[in-house]
Unconditional design. Structure first.
Length: 146
């Protein structure tokens, strides 16, 4: 049998997220965070991440505006090629985001001057659409599946 372009395209479509899909996810996350339509997926864990950033980088993280600014700074630096999640993306087991696909990124941050890790997902539709943030912290060697 001679493979057709249709067979090749179907095989290529299985591997996701694609670079195009990742760019869309990053863009959507930026837009939702700018509009204050984001929440922590696991509040105690994200609070600990923000406290770590405050200690390490001497930045304010107490107010929602501070946190949004940090998230937006990270998203401005992240590229689709920085994706380190599984293919297809793993699904969340947190109560608030159960079964939503998670998108994890590891990149060399010019702003924080170290390698960083950021993971988020989405839920809802239309006006109820939200970004959920799991993690934002310096990269840890043992955690690309964090």
């Amino acid at each position: 049998m001679i493979p057709s372009k249709r067979t090749e395209q179907a095989s290529a479509a299985v591997v996701r997220p694609s670079e195009k899909e990742l760019w869309k996810k990053l863009t959507e996350a930026k837009e939702l965070i700018k509009r204050a339509k984001w929440l922590p997926a696991a509040p105690p864990k994200l609070r600990a991440d923000f406290e770590e950033l405050e200690t390490l980088f001497d930045i304010e993280t107490a107010l929602p505006e501070d946190q949004s600014a940090i998230l937006l700074t990270a998203l401005e630096e992240i590229a689709a090629a920085d994706y380190v999640g599984s293919r297809p993306p793993m699904r969340s087991y947190e109560r608030a985001t159960h079964n939503q696909e998670m998108f994890a990124f590891h990149w060399k941050s010019a702003h924080f001057k170290c390698e960083m890790y950021f993971k988020f997902c989405f839920s809802g539709a239309d006006k109820g659409r939200r970004a959920w943030v799991f993690s934002i912290h310096p990269h840890r060697e043992d955690q690309d599946a964090d």
